[in-house]
Ligand binder design. Structure first.
Ligand SMILES: NC(=O)c1ccc[n+]([C@@H]2O[C@H](COP(=O)([O-])OP(=O)(O)OC[C@H]3O[C@@H](n4cnc5c(N)ncnc54)[C@H](OP(=O)(O)O)[C@@H]3O)[C@@H](O)[C@H]2O)c1
Length: 265
């Protein structure tokens, strides 16, 4: 995948999966445009990446649910004529019953998980299609595969990303543009800690709910790209979860989902 003077844009690269994408793509020689809100953290990541991998790294501080900030970010990426890869990765979780949770947070989640990826993808695709190459990765989740009580908007918004990615994948087949919906299962990042969850409880070492390392998730995503797999599910355990949700009757999911989630989180 290595190209000269080509750029990759990764949203939410301050930590976790986004930061791993940034490192792996810098290693492949991509210049990077990375976004986040924690200024100090993303600036020091940018400095380290440009020093370690001799690539250009630009940072953009953006709250993706803010319409004005997103518009300004979009105009920046539209001016780049050598953007090869867009990774819509930024996201967050919030635990709680739908009717009790603050509506504004749920609205923010829809904006960050659905609206921002949709607008960013819409902004970059015309150029990619014209050039006959480019890649968009939308970071979804295994949470999208089944109902997720206490995380209703999270799982619904991640489901949106899969359906959206599959549809544009079909629209763009034969154009040279690659689309992927990356569906990680539990991954060791700052995600759960920021949700206020106990990491020792969440990060299992084995079994169906085994937690993966973000670098592994990113390696598998990049492998999936080579094979042009539109839905990429890293890890055997997560593939099993996906297949179970496909074959189990809905009533089993309705009975099991609340208990399983209670045990896991
Ligand atoms: N960890 C998991 O188990 C898991 C599983 C499945 C899917 N995912 C998905 O993977 C993606 C990356 O998450 P992660 O696990 O790497 O978590 P993380 O370490 O918490 O990173 C999340 C990133 O998203 C950014 N972000 C969050 N809310 C934002 C907002 N409102 N506006 C702009 N940027 C925002 C954060 O920026 P700042 O920190 O700078 O604010 C950070 O860079 C997310 O979409 C998540 O849903 C994670």
């Amino acid at each position: 995948m290595k190209e000269q003077d080509n750029w990759a844009c990764i949203t939410g690269a301050t930590s976790g999966i986004g930061a791993s994408f940034a490192k792996k793509l810098a290693l492949q020689g991509y210049n990077l445009l990375i976004t986040g809100r924690r200024k100090g953290k993303i600036q020091s990541l940018a400095q380290n990446l440009s020093k370690d991998y001799a690539v250009k790294v630009k940072t953009f501080f953006v709250e993706l649910s803010d319409k004005q900030a997103l518009t300004s970010f979009i105009s920046t990426i539209q001016k780049m004529n050598n953007l090869e890869i867009l990774i819509n990765n930024a996201g967050f979780g919030k635990k709680g019953l739908f009717h009790i949770q603050d509506f504004r947070i749920q609205e923010q989640m829809i904006k960050v998980h659905c609206l921002a990826p949709m607008q960013l993808t819409h902004a970059v695709l015309p150029q990619m299609v014209n050039k006959g190459r480019g890649t968009v990765i939308n970071v979804s989740s295994t949470s999208a595969f089944s109902p997720f009580p206490s995380n209703a908007i999270y799982s619904a918004s991640k489901d949106f990303l899969i359906n959206f990615s599959e549809s544009i994948y079909l629209e763009l087949r034969g154009t040279g543009v690659k689309i992927q919906a990356l569906c990680p299962g539990i991954t060791r990042t700052e995600f759960h800690q920021r949700m206020g969850l106990d990491q020792h409880r969440v990060y299992k070492k084995r079994g169906l709910w085994k937690a993966l390392d973000p670098n592994k998730v990113v390696d598998i995503s990049l492998e999936c790209l080579k094979k042009e797999k539109v839905i990429c599910v890293p890890g055997l355990n997560n593939k099993i979860i996906r297949n179970l949700t496909k074959i189990l009757p809905r009533w089993v999911l309705y009975r099991k989902a609340p208990q399983t989630i209670k045990k896991r989180l």
